[in-house]
Ligand binder design. Structure first.
Ligand SMILES: C[S@@+](CC[C@H](N)C(=O)[O-])C[C@H]1O[C@@H](n2cnc3c(N)ncnc32)[C@H](O)[C@@H]1O
Length: 441
């Protein structure tokens, strides 16, 4: 396919996505099935254009004189080429020549708007490319910097790897992945970062021997930091209460050097399912997976024997995922206020449920990949009001888990008395909030 034909395809896909309000991945997959002639390069380029357009939806529409919700797919793609790809008005005009498979020629108005393309007078929600209704909650966290924070969240995310110390040191992984030019992370001593290709495509990491043998895992550096700051004690008893597919479980196990006992639970059996194969690949031996049994009121208490015994309980809570918008740009436009209220309710319930497992003197680490105070500091404050037996571990102390790098991390992150907030703009990671509390002895 020519670049112009790819642009036409992206306009078509965005059209379907906006009118049917379906996840981008589904619409792209469907497009691939009905356009068998398109090669893998075409599909990757198309997907990258579509995701870039979603990342920059508000600003791309704005420069073309349109508003989110009422924008045309064509305006979105033209604005994206200009803003996200830096293609100038003349080059865009050359692509849109009206030939077979190419978009129709630019109108005079489109050409003028693309030549100007200024966001100087745009409101924060446009400059930061986030939904208008989130302006007040983001202003409460970031104040005047909310547009810059949003803009950093509208960039592409890098590919981050965590080296599994149970299988080898970082140098070994660097050597094995030398052809991908990995660079060390800024904060996590376990992180390697791999640059994306020009069109945003990531190399096929899961086919690499280093991945297949469990030496590296795909895990954002922010997520890596969260598990490090939770500081699982070597030889201790640890419960990962929201283990999901086990991203942090695997890291906790490695940080514990395969010693002590780590229990992994998630109340969604399907989410937990991949953990078994991942634990095996990573060479982890200190994890007991506790799968949920039964439904509703019939649900068995599969964690009863852990009551009052844990040195650390990690609550990696379900959240709005606002910190991961770089990776899920369509989620940011599909998010509704009701979802925030629901997640807040879930988080409070899970935190309350975690209490019974924490032994006196034990710690409770609360993590979200959200940027919103409602899910972060607000949730922690409300928990402490309900549970006077817990107190905050000062973030300065929590950061010590990273050694000297912890000092720099505190400076870079947004530090609040309740915890640390990492963001793409501040720490060049996904957005993560980490708070550690300790139960009185
Ligand atoms: C942020 S995800 C966890 C990600 C995982 N820890 C990782 O690092 O890959 C949150 C998880 O919480 C789970 N969850 C939701 N409600 C729960 C509950 N009441 N008890 C335990 N897990 C719950 C969800 O199924 C989801 O897998």
């Amino acid at each position: 396919m020519t670049p112009a034909a790819r642009l036409s395809a992206a306009i078509e896909v965005i059209g379907t996505l906006l009118s049917e309000r379906r996840p981008a991945a589904d619409v792209l997959k469907e497009w691939g099935r009905s356009h068998r002639f398109a090669g893998s390069g075409d599909r990757a380029a198309l997907s990258s254009l579509v995701y870039d357009a979603l990342r920059r939806r508000a600003s791309a529409a704005y420069v073309m004189g349109e508003a989110v919700g009422a924008e045309t797919p064509r305006a979105l793609l033209l604005g994206t080429l200009r803003l996200a790809r830096g293609v100038d008005a003349e080059a865009i005009a050359a692509l849109c020549d009206g030939s077979r498979f190419a978009p129709a020629p630019l109108t005079d108005d489109e050409r003028a708007r693309l030549a100007d393309a200024s966001l100087d007078a745009a409101p924060a929600a446009v400059r930061g490319d986030y939904p208008e209704w989130l302006d007040a909650p983001l202003a409460a966290v970031f104040g005047e910097a909310r547009a810059e924070e949003g803009a950093a969240l509208a960039e592409r995310a890098p590919l981050d790897l965590r080296v599994n110390s149970l299988k080898g040191a970082i140098e070994k992984a660097r050597q094995q992945l030398d052809h991908l030019s990995p660079t060390p992370g800024n904060w996590s001593p376990l992180a390697l970062r791999i640059a994306l290709e020009a069109d945003g495509k990531a190399p096929p990491l899961t086919a690499e021997p280093a991945y297949l043998k469990g030496l590296v895992e795909i895990q954002d550096e922010g997520s890596q930091i969260a598990a490090i700051l939770a500081a699982p004690p070597r030889g201790g008893q640890v419960l990962d209460l929201c283990a999901g597919g086990g991203g942090k479980t695997l890291e906790l196990a490695a940080l514990m050097d395969n010693a002590g006992q780590l229990y992994a639970y998630d109340d969604d059996l399907r989410r937990l399912a991949p953990i078994h194969e991942r634990l095996q690949r990573a060479g982890v031996h200190n994890v007991q997976v506790r799968s949920p049994k039964g439904r509703g009121t019939e649900r068995a208490d599969v964690l009863a024997d852990l009551e009052g015994r844990m040195d650390l309980v990690l609550v990696d809570a379900p959240c709005t995922g606002t910190g991961t918008w770089r990776r899920n740009p369509d989620a940011k436009w599909r998010m509704r206020p009701g979802a925030l209220a629901e997640r807040m309710k879930d988080q409070a319930e899970i935190l309350d449920a975690a209490v019974r497992f924490v032994k006196p003197g034990g710690r409770l680490a609360y993590v979200t990949c959200s940027l919103l105070d409602e899910e972060n500091v607000g949730q922690v404050r409300a928990f402490l009001d309900r549970h006077g037996e817990f107190r905050i571990v000062p973030p300065a102390e929590t950061a010590l888990a990273l050694g000297e790098r912890g000092i720099a991390l505190r400076e870079a992150a947004l530090e609040r008395p309740e915890g640390l907030l990492l963001t793409p703009r501040r720490t060049n990671t996904d957005g993560f909030f980490v708070s550690v509390m300790v139960r009185g002895a």
